[in-house]
Design a protein around this ligand. Structure first.
Ligand code: ZN
Length: 671
């Protein structure tokens, strides 16, 4: 369906910003700052967490809001371990090394040993991880209450503030890089990195209350606006062809904090016509585009919708979300191959070593969370669960090193970065991801609590006096238990997501009494009770075996068990540390094995479990060519292919480390 444009000459007019450049003095900017903060203070709310989500200037009120991470704490199990690994890695990074290139660029001496990888002095993306590092520490501070983790980031902000130029510029390379943008000369992505630093200053303010960080961010925005304002609309659109991260989002966020419309208008100037216009018209023109250049732009659009109420932004984001999920996503939920989008529904044709850039997953989950807040729907967290369990869980090694891609070429393996010589984009988004694993487990509205994710945790809704503990070993078990530790002061509905894959009998019980055995998949099951302290809610979700089929080649299929993508083990031949670890990831690798073959056709086709998967992108009812077998110590869930021929072993993709594997399997009897 084509959508009619509702804002006349939308992108043209949107880019026409006031001739007044954004030059607030520090004092004037800050005097207009904190519209939301002052409101929050009046209500006695936590300032550091109130400003962005409850901005006074917002036009769109979210129907459900996430609990702040201070209200949700992870309990010990692998999710908390992932956060701890992240914390350990972040603590291992010295401020002086990270600040080295910014100091040198600012003419300040530094005797620190420069970092390597994408933070090396000769890399044109230098400084991007410095931003991620700040955000990660800010998020960890909120997630865990760790004061020291914030203090070290606050100290780095002080250093970076000293590196700020008089005109507001801050970077690990000279501002002359932006002249190359102007001249359309080769340059990597200056505004991408600028966004990383600027946005993370705002995170520092939001999550740790760091006022100097906000001041740095505001000054950086002044420089950005001065630069942007020198371009005609036509010339500026050409500059926007170069990756620029979420400059629109951070500009809108500054508007949310300050109430200053000049920041809003700066956000508008980062509307990229080539991308936004087709999406506004519900057209899929993503093929040939760099995936992660565009996802942050869409997050900026949906943030723009929050703050301006412009329905065109909403259409752009919703259409994008649908197009990517339905036509450009693998069985894991991830997207991109070689960092690009290709022909719609090209899945079997795009099983590359460099598939599913992890930054894309980070950003699409961020977008999903936003869309859920505006229009809560269980399918949003069906999607996030897919991503968390298959793309994020199992992407760290025991030292917290991270992957870049989710390799889908048969026979490939996880490749990981190193402590000081990788600093890929995905190292940065990964550092943030694992610091905020508690940010979306629970949402709330005026009368209810949404339990979106099955992650052991404690929730405290202070305003209402409600305390809740969720325990589970999910997905290694099928039971989730929630205990009311303190009853709410007002009637409160508990809404528990029933996953899309839960097509068997889902049993919900309160204090041992069964209340439902037929909860509907991909909905929120509502429980209305006069809750009292000690009440126990249990949800049992029998997992089903099902298949995710590639739309461009029906013979190519992935095995799934509940939310988990399974993968055929293919041995560990030639996998040494030097093969697995490095500073480049699997770029250009010609490694790989033939795709395994399913041999279901050799056996009887009776009594197979079938599953209908309403929201899976490429679901079909199919004979199931694998079965569960006895667990091993290493793999608590284990499966094997069925049939009379040689069998293959399948295990959850997220548990595989140091082994080759194939997510997709070919059933060559399908015609
Ligand atoms: Zn990346």
């Amino acid at each position: 369906m084509e959508l009619k444009l509702t804002r006349r000459n939308f992108l043209g007019s949107a880019a026409v910003v006031s001739e007044t450049t954004l030059r607030p003095s520090k004092a004037s900017a800050l005097s207009r700052t904190m519209v939301a903060e002052s409101n929050a203070a009046a209500k006695g709310e936590d300032l550091a967490n109130a400003t962005l989500t409850r901005a006074a200037v917002a036009k769109i009120k979210w129907k459900a809001e996430p609990f702040t991470m201070t209200e949700v704490r992870l309990l010990p199990i692998f999710w908390k371990n992932m956060m701890e690994l992240d914390r350990r890695y972040l603590y291992s990074l010295p401020n002086d090394r990270l600040a080295h290139n910014l100091r040198v660029t600012a003419g300040i001496s530094s005797d620190a040993y420069p970092p390597g990888g994408w933070e090396a002095p000769d890399c044109e993306l230098g400084g991007h991880y410095v931003g991620h590092y700040l955000s990660s520490r800010a998020l960890l501070h909120t997630s865990t209450g760790d004061e020291a983790v914030a203090a070290k980031a606050n100290a780095l902000v002080v250093i970076l503030a000293q590196c700020l130029a008089k005109d507001g510029y801050l970077g690990a390379y000279p501002a002359t890089f932006y002249d190359r943008c102007r001249a359309h000369q080769k340059v990597w992505a200056p505004f991408y990195t600028y966004h990383k630093i600027l946005a993370r200053m705002i995170d520092m303010y939001e999550h740790t209350g760091d006022q100097p960080a906000l001041e740095v961010g505001l000054k950086m925005a002044v420089w950005a606006d001065a630069y942007v304002s020198t371009f005609s609309d036509h010339e500026w659109q050409k500059v926007l062809l170069v990756e620029h991260g979420g400059m629109n989002e951070v500009s809108f966020n500054l508007y949310a904090i300050t109430g200053n419309i000049e920041y809003r208008d700066l956000g508008y100037r980062f509307d990229h016509k080539n991308v936004f216009e087709p999406l506004a018209a519900n057209q899929d023109t993503l093929s040939g585009n760099h995936a992660n250049t565009n996802i942050p732009r869409i997050i900026g659009a949906i943030r723009g919708y929050d703050l301006t109420g412009d329905a065109l932004f909403e259409s752009i984001a919703e259409n994008f979300y649908r197009v990517v999920n339905e036509r450009h996503s693998y069985c894991t939920g991830g997207t991109s191959n070689g960092e690009m989008w290709h022909e719609p529904n090209g899945i079997a044709a795009q099983l590359g070593a460099a598939a599913e850039e992890c930054c894309c997953s980070y950003n699409t989950m961020k977008l999903t969370r936003h869309l859920f807040g505006q229009k809560p729907d269980a399918k949003h967290f069906d999607y996030c669960e897919r991503m968390l369990l298959n793309v994020r869980y199992g992407r760290q090694d025991r030292n917290g090193m991270l992957v870049y891609y989710v390799s889908l070429r048969p026979g490939m393996y996880k490749t990981l970065g190193t402590q000081f010589d990788a600093f890929w984009c995905c190292t940065g988004t990964g550092s943030e991801e694992y610091a905020k694993l508690n940010d979306s487990i629970y949402f709330r509205d005026e009368s209810s609590v949404y339990t979106n994710l099955f992650i052991p945790s404690k929730l405290e809704w202070k305003e209402r006096g409600l305390r809740l503990t969720q325990t589970t070993k999910y997905p290694n078990e099928q039971l989730v238990t929630c205990v009311v530790d303190a009853a709410p002061s007002k009637p409160t509905t508990l809404k528990i997501r029933v996953p899309y894959w839960a097509t068997k009998r889902v049993a919900v019980a309160v204090n041992g009494e069964m209340v439902s055995v037929m909860a509907t998949p991909s909905t929120c099951h509502e429980l209305n009770y006069p809750w009292k302290t000690g009440d126990v809610i249990t949800v049992e979700m029998p997992m089903t075996l099902h298949i995710d089929q590639a739309p461009d080649d029906k013979q190519v299929q992935a095995a799934m068990y509940g939310p988990l993508v399974l993968s055929v083990l293919q041995g560990s031949e030639d996998l040494t540390n030097s093969v697995i670890y490095g500073d480049t990831g699997p770029f250009g690798s010609n490694d790989g094995y033939p795709m395994p073959t399913a041999n279901l056709h050799l056996m009887s086709h009776r009594h197979h479990e079938l599953a209908t998967i309403p929201v899976a992108p490429h679901a079909a009812e199919y004979n199931i060519w694998f079965e569960q077998v006895e667990a091993t110590r290493r793999y608590p869930l284990q499966f094997r292919t069925r049939g009379r021929g040689p069998t293959d072993t399948l295990v959850p993709l997220n548990l595989i480390m140091d082994e080759r594997c194939s997510v997709y399997v070919r059933d060559d009897m399908i015609v």
